[in-house]
Write a protein of this length. Structure first.
Length: 202
């Protein structure tokens, strides 16, 4: 292609000639403005596009690492839960008491979730009607994730009780280790699911 050397460039003060515009066989190449002492709109656009590309790359990286962090946290929470559940659960009397506690906890959760689900549906409809259905959907996702976290936490806790009691026969440090790992499952699960749900919704 033919090179063009006399190109009119618009600046704040008017027009100025002599800015070489290089062409390549692939199309337009890099625009080189060699005029000194002038700030051109073209240069500002180039800087803006460059910053926009950096911003998009940062957003993609943040999104990726957020999802990875949530998944790794969930995996570690599952690992802790399996560690706790693999421990000895004591003698028959201890397991009978643990089964009764488990049954009562499940009945409590079922009753609680029925009431919470009714309230959640009402709030969902109100948010959708008065604010937006996107906001209502976000609330519904948060409510579901919260209920799921509560169920997982309760399921691990009622099973960890008897294992903590059994570990206490070996001493306080062993019991504290089991209790701490069981409690960490709930905390990590809540944080991981909240992070993932917010990221996906965003």
């Amino acid at each position: 292609m033919q090179n063009i050397h006399d190109v009119q460039v618009v600046s704040h003060g008017g027009k100025c000639q002599g800015a070489p515009l290089a062409f390549t066989r692939h199309g337009f190449g890099v625009v080189e403005l060699l005029l000194k002492g002038l700030k051109y709109i073209t240069l500002r656009e180039i800087k803006f596009n460059y910053l926009f590309i950096i911003y998009n790359n940062m957003q993609s990286a943040i999104f990726l690492w957020t999802v990875v962090s949530g998944l790794v946290t969930l995996a570690f929470s599952g690992f802790l839960a399996m560690q706790v559940l693999s421990l000895a659960d004591g003698n028959k009397k201890m397991t009978d008491i643990a089964d009764a506690i488990k049954e009562g906890a499940n009945a409590y959760l079922v009753r609680q979730y029925k009431v919470v689900a009714l309230v959640a549906v009402i709030v969902f409809l109100l948010l959708g009607y008065f604010i937006s259905w996107i906001a209502a959907t976000g609330f519904l996702i948060g409510a579901f994730v919260s209920a799921l976290s509560g169920y997982i936490g309760m399921a691990v806790a009622v099973r960890a009780n008897v294992r903590t009691a059994e570990a206490a026969r070996s001493g306080i440090p062993a019991a504290l280790s089991v209790a701490f790992r069981a409690g960490s499952v709930t905390g990590l699960t809540v944080a991981a699911l909240a992070l993932l749900s917010i990221t996906v919704f965003y």
